[in-house]
Design a protein around this ligand. Structure first.
Ligand code: MN
Length: 234
């Protein structure tokens, strides 16, 4: 397992107590989620397109079947449990697949509609340096959380959301039309961003994503606390 400490630090700075979940069998996953208040789905390798019924593109990157299976199960279970979810980069792609959506497997092969300029989604600049702009849907949960309608972001992906899964709405786009963020309007807190917000968490807008997750997770905790005496009474 390899996970950047930047996720841990961003969640800690927002007041949360992060725990990293390793690949587990379904029963273990349920046990972990039963005592979890919210979930951050993180970055990582490409997702095997078999997960959404597509043939692999010749330019598909390396995939990890065990990681896909664990994280897809975790994402579905967290969603079914109504837990707050913040999904980042691969996590955003994975949550979309878990909810019935599909991906562009190799973004450079998707030509933007003319006259949109080509956007380089795999930057060579350092991660803390934003390289392209995203436009946010005014009035969306993502725009409200970021307190912005336009934002400069970093970009380290060669896959992206194609068709959105059930109940999801795109709320951020790059200038070439690539979906860079989405949310589930019917949910109290389900936000997904294609950029690496954890590497930009020194900025107020990105900090607010993690604060949003931790605040929503606190509400999960108070709901569980409210429910506890009832369980005892039974
Ligand atoms: Mn991008």
């Amino acid at each position: 397992m390899v996970l950047g400490l930047t996720y841990i630090r961003a969640i800690s700075a927002a007041g949360g107590a992060p725990v990293v979940v390793p690949p587990l069998d379904p029963e273990q996953l349920e046990a972990v989620l039963a005592s979890t208040d919210g979930v951050c789905l993180t970055g990582g390798p490409d997702i095997d397109p078999a997960a959404y019924g597509a043939e692999p593109d010749p330019d598909l990157g390396p995939t990890d079947a065990e990681l896909d299976a664990t994280e897809l199960a975790l994402a579905r279970s967290a969603f079914d449990r109504g837990l707050p979810i913040l999904a980042i980069c691969r996590g955003s792609q994975l949550l979309n697949v878990a909810l019935g959506g599909t991906l562009h497997q190799h973004l450079p092969s998707i030509a933007p509609p003319a006259p949109a300029p080509v956007v380089h989604h795999r930057q060579t600049d350092p991660a803390h340096r934003p390289t392209h702009t995203v436009s946010l849907l005014p009035g969306s949960g993502l725009a409200a959380t970021l307190e912005a309608e336009e934002l400069r972001v970093n970009s380290f992906h060669h896959q992206a959301v194609d068709r959105l899964g059930d109940g999801l709405r795109a709320t951020a786009w790059a200038s070439d039309g690539t979906i860079e963020g989405y949310e589930a309007p019917a949910r109290p807190f389900l936000l997904a961003v294609q950029w690496h917000a954890e590497l930009l968490a020194h900025r107020r807008p990105d900090q607010r994503l993690f604060e949003g997750l931790v605040t929503a997770s606190g509400r999960t905790r108070s709901r569980s606390a409210d429910a506890a005496p009832l369980e005892v009474a039974q």
